[in-house]
Ligand binder design. Structure first.
Ligand SMILES: *Cc1c(COP(=O)(O)O)cnc(C)c1O
Length: 421
């Protein structure tokens, strides 16, 4: 059975690196996330290798998975960070990512977040609007700082990805239309305490085709030439993230080398530093969600495999209609059955897959939902007062809990009952 790098079967039992998932599940109650250190570091190093012909800074998109163990692993390999909140700046700094490798993206950076970033002298703000530009200028002046900025341009290209994660169309809230951005650069250059240093673009996530990247980067290249003629000193091009991964077994998304070739072809001649902000393509296929079958329920028309992980643990199937492979941890029988794999949450949307072919399963059997390293744990909630699933990281024959499951008491006592109730 073909699985992902560092996830494989040995004598019908699933392993991650040299650790049996069953062994981890004997130690840690399900559901839990499990990540392969080697897979994460190799994905990062593949990026370095692919972009080695260009002056590149790889700023890992922290929002994909912000566990400190993962950030620290990437920091030690030399990664920078793309962050979207003060919380993520704090995480990145704490993990040892230097401020001069941190870029700050997002449409709603607040007063206090901007001040925090200025205080720490981050590499750049990726600015998404004129009012944001004005606020950054005011705060930088007040704090006696120079804010280095790129403006995020919106090239109005179709990224051919899910509507909720496409960001480079003119109807999306992101960036400044590339057709209007020239004036905004002029405005930026006129503001005090602002240093215009680059151009930023990010057209969406889970792109499985290079053509939209090529189109967007071509437009950025032309735009950089225009800006230079206008007298702006453009030394950085931030190309965003968005490279897709394979979720289904038979998908073959573009590889990092072909992606880097497109970047070189479209932008290489401009002699800029390239910032790339990959998230999903570093951690997505490095993680699984391990869950246990609670009941097998025979419905009138279908069989339900009811597992102990729910949409609160992994929301991608209900939110984006995302497909995830589901595999047995122990594949001892080869008779198959078709199941709707569902969670415990009281919503029909709490469905991981419909009519999925699996070996015949019974209560207490373990399953793995694959490709859960990105936008899994970070998007989880405590809906239904279910405790957040713990996270485990495996390296070779060792594993460590990198986030523990909160206890019920801790969570319940966060609520405060007014004395007037
Ligand atoms: C989400 C995001 C990324 C990362 O996207 P992936 O698809 O996970 O690679 C990079 N840059 C920005 C600005 C983002 O919003």
């Amino acid at each position: 059975m073909k699985t992902q790098a560092h996830i494989f079967y040995k004598e019908n039992a699933m392993y991650m690196e040299n650790v049996s998932i069953t062994a981890i599940a004997q130690d840690i109650p399900t559901p839990f996330y499990c990540y392969s250190y080697s897979s994460i570091s190799e994905s990062y190093l593949d990026y370095e290798q692919a972009f080695s012909q260009l002056d590149t800074l790889i700023c890992y998109a922290v929002k994909a998975n912000s566990n400190q163990a993962i950030l620290t692993s990437l920091a030690k390999l030399g990664a920078g960070a793309d962050v979207v909140s003060e919380g993520e700046i704090r995480r990145a700094l704490k993990a040892g990512i230097p401020a001069n490798k941190i870029v700050f993206s997002g449409v709603a950076k607040t007063h206090s977040e901007i001040s925090y970033a200025l205080n720490h002298d981050i590499l750049q703000f990726n600015v998404e609007s004129e009012p944001e530009l004005q606020l950054i200028s005011e705060l930088a002046t007040a704090q006696d700082k120079i804010a280095c900025i790129s403006i995020r341009v919106n090239p109005n290209v179709n990224a051919n990805t899910h509507a909720k994660i496409t960001t480079g169309k003119s109807e999306n809230k992101f960036g400044i239309p590339i057709t209007k951005a020239r004036d905004v650069y002029q405005y930026a250059a006129s503001l005090p305490s602002i240093k215009v240093q680059g151009v930023d673009v990010h057209i969406g996530s889970q792109l499985t085709d290079l053509a939209p990247f090529k189109q967007a980067f071509g437009m950025v290249a032309e735009f950089v030439s225009v800006l230079r003629k206008d007298g702006h000193d453009i030394s950085i091009i931030d190309i965003g993230g968005g490279l897709g991964i394979n979720y289904a077994e038979d998908e073959t998304p573009p590889n990092k080398n072909d992606y880097a070739q497109i970047v070189k072809q479209q932008l290489g001649h401009l002699q800029c530093k390239i910032i790339v902000e990959p998230g999903r393509s570093i951690v997505g296929n490095s993680g699984i969600l391990v869950s246990k079958v609670v009941y097998v329920k025979k419905g009138e028309e279908r069989q339900f495999l009811i597992i102990d992980a729910g949409m609160n643990d992994l929301i991608r199937p209900s939110m984006y209609d995302a497909y995830h492979q589901i595999k047995p941890i122990n594949s001892h029988n080869d008779k198959n059955a078709y199941y709707d794999v569902v969670g415990p949450v009281c919503e029909t949307g709490d469905t991981f897959s419909k009519n999925r072919q699996l070996p015949i399963m019974q209560a207490t059997d373990l399953v793995a939902i694959l490709s859960c390293g990105a936008y899994g744990s970070v998007m989880s909630s405590t809906y239904n007062t279910r405790m957040a699933a713990p996270e485990v990281m495996v390296k070779d024959d060792q594993y460590t809990i990198i986030r523990s499951r909160p206890c019920y008491e801790e969570v319940i006592k966060q609520d405060i009952i007014p004395d007037w109730v």
